[in-house]
Design a protein around this ligand. Structure first.
Ligand code: HEM
Length: 134
């Protein structure tokens, strides 16, 4: 296995002054400077956590498996062993779940297909009658 580069919390904090957005999550280090514009949760929240440990808030949000897979792309290292908190990764529900539309709004409001079929049939009948009369 490839050995990850080790950093101290102090070193991570200093990256902020260098204009980078580097965040500690579950004792791993992520450089998300290039990801700011793409983050579905917005760049603001990432900038707020620059140079800090965002584990707690990251867990509270509840990121999906896709998000966790994507994180690997931005991983640059891990905390030195003496500074690790060993907080477990929390997942199991998808971010945005509470923002989903209520069930009933998924259905189309209006008369529905049988009504339009009836209208079409009446018009067809009227056209036939009209054609036969002329
Ligand atoms: C490498 C780090 C990160 C990656 C790759 C990442 C990726 C993502 C992705 C893909 C989503 C869309 C929803 C999902 O698939 O779960 C998301 C949503 C979100 N993320 Fe992150 N994220 C990162 C770090 C963070 C951090 C440190 C926070 C701070 C709390 C955060 C807060 C949020 C919020 C608030 C949302 C929106 C949730 C919603 O729509 O309900 N993310 N993130």
């Amino acid at each position: 296995m490839v050995q990850l580069k080790e950093y101290t919390k102090d070193e991570i904090q200093k990256t902020k002054a260098a204009g980078k957005v580097v965040i500690i999550l579950h004792d791993k280090i992520y450089d998300v400077t290039e990801f700011l514009n793409e983050h579905p949760g917005g760049e603001e929240i990432l900038i707020d956590h620059a140079g800090k440990d965002g584990t707690e808030n990251f867990n509270d949000v509840g990121h999906s498996q896709d998000a966790l897979d994507l994180m690997n792309k931005y991983k640059i290292g891990e905390l030195v062993e003496s500074e690790r908190t060993n907080k477990p990764l929390k997942k199991g529900w998808v971010a945005g779940y509470n923002n989903k539309q209520p069930e009933k709004e998924k259905y189309v409001k209006g008369p529905g297909a049988p009504f339009y079929t009836l209208i079409a049939a009446i018009m067809l009948l009227a056209a036939i009658v009209f054609y036969n009369m002329s």
